[in-house]
Design a protein around this ligand. Structure first.
Ligand code: UDP
Length: 468
């Protein structure tokens, strides 16, 4: 009997990688009847947010949770980026075993890795499975990554010391300023590892990118035409975001489900009671965090703006996922004296995680202060939600520049930091007012709605361009 066609997907750790890849698997199943197994590597226990998604998968999408790699690498020395990037290379023996056993029952037609997973291409080659990359970020970020091996040979200093912006081929309208370059330390282990990773992009049979022409027409066209770079074929399939149908339904129930689901229900109920388009959603993605001092300024800025807000607070000073904490107050970083009482009713604080896709589609939400992770950007665009861009790391500053200067759907990142290196409360308050009620905010909203219309048009058919 002919074996069924089946895909293997390998997301690197982080919800920003996992959520869009899962969404891709769901659309392939829905529109092409293709089944998938997700092989999920870990360095520790799998995050509870991820488990909520895994509990609700259709039967055509399976998953294998790998055990943390058995090696003697001392992870405490790693930055968060290195920790995430190292998991797939360190998990290769168990990835190989998982693929080998899948091959006994299925015809594996593709191994799909994300932007950090090219070390697994060796396993694909060994078993003769076509390797693909699912790129969960912007087309400009992909262009930079493809260009990086060449740039690395052309430049001898640190990129941050270049006096002129880098012109990435095909991205002429968005020159890469030194301060927006995600690679600030070329001597670091992380940079060297990443360079080797992107050198292997050319081994892919194709690169599937979660973007669409309405947002990045010129850059996508240049990539597709291989104007300067000899890259593999590019398939734009975006915007792939969680839809009402794909959001785990358990997150909407309260009874009989996890505390995360109860928390999601609490947040949505609070939003139900707020006036239309009145709430600014403040969230720095699944990993982003601020120092205690910056949290203090942000709190006072939100208070001074006199606008409503829903704020997912995560601190970089301590671990506010503190498992021993009994209440939200225990988990929360210190806030200005009396802040919680003074903003009661118009502000809601959330520790760690909110159901972002649902929050952004809620009628009471009127703006998004975001770290500019690509999934957050797309989720904002498909809901016509204007943004304040506050990028933190990786390619987020490039995304922010595109949103603010090219597409003009976000307010400029609060850049006038004081001597203390913090974004001050005054700048924050005026940005929030401007977004929520100012003339500039209105224009941003109009342009975001136009992009939303463009996104809706491509959402349902674009995935059919991928032939696996
Ligand atoms: N997310 C969420 N709730 C949170 C934080 C994040 O649902 O409190 C989701 C968000 O909707 C998005 C993903 O996690 O789908 C984050 O991806 P993104 O690319 O924006 O940022 P990253 O976490 O990779 O920095």
């Amino acid at each position: 009997m002919k074996q069924r066609s089946h895909l293997v997907m390998l997301p690197s750790p982080g919800m920003g990688h996992f959520i869009p890849m899962l969404e891709f698997a769901k659309r392939l199943n829905l529109q092409h009847k293709l089944s998938t197994t997700l092989i999920i590597p870990h360095s520790g226990p799998s995050p509870s947010e991820q488990n909520t998604f895994l509990e609700t998968l259709p039967k055509e999408i399976n998953h294998i949770l790998l055990l943390p790699p058995k090696d003697d690498v001392f992870e405490a020395d790693f930055t968060i980026e290195m920790l995430i990037a190292s998991i797939i290379p360190r998990s290769l023996p168990s990835i190989r075993n998982a693929i080998k056993s899948l091959m006994e029952s299925a015809n594996l037609v593709a191994l799909v890795v994300d932007l950090l997973g090219t070390s697994a291409f060796d396993v694909a080659t060994e078993f003769n499975i076509p390797p693909y990359i699912f790129f969960p970020s912007s087309a400009i970020a992909l262009s930079l990554f493809l260009y990086l091996p060449k740039l690395d040979t052309m430049v001898s200093c640190e990129y941050r010391d270049l006096s002129e912006p880098v012109q990435i081929p095909g991205c002429s309208n968005i020159p890469l300023r030194a301060e927006d370059n995600p690679f600030q330390e070329r001597k670091s282990m992380g940079y060297k590892w990443f360079l080797n990773n992107v050198k292997r992009y050319k081994m892919a049979e194709g690169i599937i990118i979660n973007s669409f022409e309405g947002m990045e027409a010129g850059v996508i066209k240049a990539l597709q035409q291989q104007v300067v770079l000899k890259n593999p074929p590019i398939y734009p399939v975006g915007p792939l975001v969680q839809t009402q149908n794909s959001i785990p339904t358990t997150s909407l129930k309260v009874k009989g489900s996890s505390s995360a689901a109860a928390e999601a229900a609490r947040i949505l109920k609070w939003l139900d009671g707020q006036p239309p388009a009145s709430i600014l959603f403040v969230c720095f993605g699944s990993l982003g965090s601020l120092s205690h001092a910056q949290i203090h300024e942000l709190a006072l800025g939100l208070e001074m703006s006199e606008k409503g807000f829903l704020w997912v607070i995560r601190s970089s000073n301590n671990n506010n996922n503190n498992n021993n904490a009994e209440t939200d107050d225990d988990r929360r970083p210190p806030l200005p004296e009396g802040f919680v009482e003074r903003t009661k009713g118009r502000g809601l604080l959330v520790s760690n995680w909110a159901p972002q896709a649902q929050v952004l589609s809620h009628g009471s939400t009127g703006g998004f202060l975001t770290h500019c992770g690509w999934n957050s950007v797309l989720e904002s665009v498909v809901n016509g939600m204007p943004m304040i861009a506050w990028p933190l790391f990786a390619e987020q500053r490039m995304n922010a520049a595109m949103l603010c200067e090219d597409l003009k759907i976000a307010l400029k990142p609060p850049s006038n930091k004081g001597n203390d290196g913090l974004v001050g409360r005054d700048v924050i308050a005026s940005s929030v007012k401007n977004l929520m009620e100012g003339e500039e905010g209105k224009q941003l909203r109009r342009r975001t709605k136009d992009l939303m219309d463009a996104a809706v048009k491509v959402c349902f058919w674009c995935i059919s361009v991928v032939h696996v």
